[in-house]
Design a protein around this ligand. Structure first.
Ligand code: NAP
Length: 484
């Protein structure tokens, strides 16, 4: 018998569980997938943009894995303070694989970063993804009164948030975007979005498919400045670039050289892609963000840039920094603050340089926040190979208690798979009451009430008016409430 906990039910956690099922020959294998949230799927549910429905549909593949009879899902299970300690987990399981991702975001470290109207792109993503912690995360919907927005960074998160700001709300209506976010985006005043990279087009981190999508937005016109792009020597001669980068450069060149449209009708929104701009200060006006001061940069000949000593102020009332995620320490696990990861060797957690028996990592907390969802497969496989090589020794260790009763004894109320299915049903009902498809429940109270079905869901539904045909369920701020 081998009992394993996988902490985190995003792609890395689910691929770890899948790899365990596929590679293990151990009889009596049992895997519990634990998550802090009541819902599974991690960033596929709470990070992939709602208009990326094909990537979102990956949830169906993840679901198939989690429905395997050798796997149990327990949501609403916090590991660390206020929940179950890492030590206690080792008493309940022969091995624990931490797949907790990178929950924080990098900061710029420049003046003005905390002005009202400035926040991380991840806070904005959490808000339009209905993450139950979004209210605490800091994006405020009244910031959409901004006429001009600056997005700092040139990765796929920057592209996601620039695209959502530039899209018409009607295009998002068929998605599961929460209703309050949809309403706020529909009345958004944002007309200009500046997406800014500190280096050149051949160093941008976004992928070509995502970049191309920006040029196909019905309500927005993309602009690039050919002279700015041409500061990058590789822009002028892209032949030697690796194919993915060359394709990016070709898309940008296509936009730079496209003839101006015959009709000069003002597009609803303009999305300006800017390069060689390093943010040095977020400027204040009337107590909130008024703009961003950038220093122009120039290539330094070895892939980096140097400051030129010339500056440009871009007017904006909203600033989203999309400069990368950052792993956060989990109490009880070693952590390298420089990389935001847990030290490991082929997935085995290292304590003082030596493998810690029974403790493993996979995904972003193992290798840092890079790569597409599929990158998690080989990453998980490597960790599972290490774990299964150790399994004969690990399985000798007697376990103290059954996990589910022990979790309950620790004061937790785990949401089991059936509870998650109840949440899905509640979200479908919420969508129906709003004349939409399935719509996400955006708060802890609603998610937990839905997961408990019966009386609690009924009481919550009554409070929110879902059971009363005269009322319609809607959201005010990030909370569900009822309106006539
Ligand atoms: P990322 O790909 O690492 O991009 C971060 C961007 O921020 C880079 O352009 C970087 O510029 C810039 N940056 C970093 N520090 C900066 C600073 N101090 N000032 C100005 N700019 C700075 O990170 P991400 O966009 O958060 O994406 C994380 C991962 O998720 C990536 O692997 C991404 O592909 C993936 N993802 C994929 C999708 C998708 O497939 N659709 C969607 C979202 C995210 P430098 O290059 O100069 O450092």
């Amino acid at each position: 018998m081998l009992r394993i906990a996988v902490v985190g039910s995003g792609p890395s956690g689910v691929y770890t569980a899948q790899s365990l099922l596929a590679q293990s020959t151990v009889p009596g294998l049992r895997i519990d997938v634990l998550d802090r949230l009541p819902c599974p799927y991690g960033l596929v549910r709470y990070g992939v943009a709602p208009d990326h429905e094909k990537i979102k549909s990956l949830q169906n593949n993840l679901r198939t894995v989690l429905e395997d009879e050798r796997i149990s899902f327990y949501g609403n299970v916090q590991i660390g303070p206020g929940g179950v300690s890492t030590d206690r987990l080792l008493g309940l399981y022969h091995a624990v694989v931490y797949c907790v991702g990178a929950a924080a975001d990098r900061r710029l470290g420049i003046p003005g970063e905390d002005l009202p109207g400035s926040c991380s792109a991840t806070a904005f993503v959490s808000w339009y993804s209905a993450h139950p912690d979004a209210a605490a995360d800091g994006f405020r919907l009244d910031w959409l009164t901004a006429r001009s927005a600056v997005v700092i960074g040139a990765g796929n998160v920057a592209v996601d948030v620039a695209r959502i700001l530039s899209r018409g709300a009607d295009e998002l209506r068929p998605t599961d975007v929460p209703h309050a976010a949809l309403d706020a985006l529909a009345s958004s005043a944002v007309r200009e979005v500046h997406m800014t990279a500190r280096r050149g087009p051949s160093q941008a981190k976004f992928t070509t498919k995502e970049l191309r999508e920006l040029g196909a937005l019905p309500g927005a016109e993309v602009t690039v400045d050919g002279a700015e792009l041409a500061l990058d020597p590789a822009y002028l001669d892209p032949a030697t670039l690796p194919a993915p980068v060359r394709r990016n450069v070709e898309v940008l060149r296509g936009w730079a050289t496209a003839p101006a449209p015959a009709s000069r009708r003002e597009p609803p929104r303009v999305l300006r892609l800017r390069f060689f701009l390093r943010p040095v200060e977020i400027l204040e006006r009337d107590g909130r963000v008024g703009g961003v001061r950038f220093e122009h940069t120039a290539p330094d000949g070895s892939g980096g840039v140097r400051g030129t000593g010339t500056y440009e102020d871009v007017e904006a009332q909203l600033v989203l920094r999309a400069v990368g995620y950052l792993g956060v320490p989990l109490t009880g696990l070693p952590f390298d603050p420089a990389t935001g990861t847990v030290p490991h060797a082929a997935g085995r957690v290292l304590r003082d340089g030596a493998p810690s028996p029974g403790e493993y990592v996979a995904g972003w907390i193992k290798r840092g926040p890079t790569g597409v969802i599929g990158t998690n497969r080989p990453c998980a496989k490597e960790t599972v190979t290490s774990l299964l090589a150790d399994a004969p020794t690990l399985a000798l260790r007697p376990l103290t208690d059954e996990p589910l009763p022990a979790l309950r004894q620790a004061g937790l109320r785990p949401v089991e798979w059936s509870g998650w299915l109840d949440i899905e049903r509640a979200e479908a009902a919420l969508g129906r009451s709003l004349g939409r498809g399935s719509v996400k429940i955006p708060d802890w109270e609603g998610l937990l009430a839905a997961s408990r079905g019966g009386g609690e869901w009924g009481a919550w539904g009554d409070r929110c008016g879902v059971a009363d045909a005269g009322w319609q369920m809607t959201e005010v701020g990030s909370r569900l409430t009822a309106v006539r």
